[in-house]
Design a binder for this molecule. Sequence first.
Ligand code: V47
Ligand code: SF4
Length: 380
Amino acid sequence: MSIKFLKETVKDNTLLSVIDKVINRDRITSKEGIYLFKNADVSYLGVLANFIREREHGNKTYFNKNFHIEPTNICVFDCKFCAYSKFLREKDDFGAWELSEEDIFEAIKAYEGKDITEVHIVGGVHPKMGLEYFKNLISKIKEMRPDLHVKAFTAVELDYMSRKAKVSYKECLQILKDAGQGSLPGGGAEIFDKTVRDQICKDKCTGEQWLEMHEAAHSVGMPSNATILYGHIEEPKHVIDHMNRLRELQDKTGGFNAFIPLKFRNGNNQMSDIEEVSIVEDLKMYAIARIFLDNFNHIKAYWPMIGRKTTQLLLSFGVNDIDGTVDDSTKIYTMAGAEEQKPVMSSEQMIALIKDVNRQPIERDSVYNELRDYSETELV
Ligand code: V47
Ligand code: SF4
């Protein structure tokens, strides 16, 4: 359905005014954002989100070639949704891991000669792995692979690192940047609102600290991503408050690359009694993110978490980026019950996934420089 036709069929005044705002590139308010969650149906949201997506990016759909390193799942925190972490006292239990430096270098060496452009390093907050350790680790990784972009550490890990090392956020980030770190992933954001955050991840950094960390990263020249963990106990007002705080920070710094909604998965965690939301809620979440976050260039669907089929559908609901090849190197979602029990996609499979829904596959680097257009590439 075209946006013009949508305008002719919609009768609700608020929904009509949101259409006009989208067409005129005007910003929607938080009140309107909440209204969309409560009153707009998924087809209306899809038309608007797709209109914005195609206006900004045409059919272009970005992916990159990356892999993950998760140094440990030992964590001092106890997020209720986490299916992955173990306390230090459980370090000898089945399922706990602590990679040695050698293990990490082996993992890097395994990609020697391969045209991978990014390593994504995140893990549990291990009480014995601090700033000094990670600074040296990054320097050595960059010595081995100067061409590799290192996207590393959630604001939660960084907050702990800087407090232990007794340095400011900015100093901590500058040290890591000097060692070769290129950017920050978006994890740890969850829901900024204190009442919700206290119920799902009370002991880790606050929403305000998460935002402060990303502001500090942008100020030292490191871009970052932002996430939201949706589909559990939060309400529309919390989601909109979360996105509003991100929109305000983005106005100030312009340092965010992508927004990544992460769907709560209920396997093997302390929130397993909460049912997962339906695909309709997923589509609405992504579409409203695309409409609300007018100053974010990219909305990313992280396929190992949301699954390949939904990812394809999301390319018509505002999404223009599907992350990377990942190469079976992350356990966060498989342990929480995501469909992707083996998150491996070759570049050919990513290209096919994008082409199957008539979009244009573009390989990008970590900061969205276009590396290669695969539209004309014949797949064997
Ligand atoms: O902050 C943990 C989420 C995040 C569950 O920046 C869960 O490019 C759903 O942020 N159900 C970490 N989600 C991962 C992350 C990420 C992933 C891919 C790309 C990027 C990027 C960032 O994973 C955590 C938390 O929100 N998470 N457990 C769960 N049960
Ligand atoms: Fe630790 Fe991250 Fe799991 Fe929270 S989500 S318990 S910070 S590993």
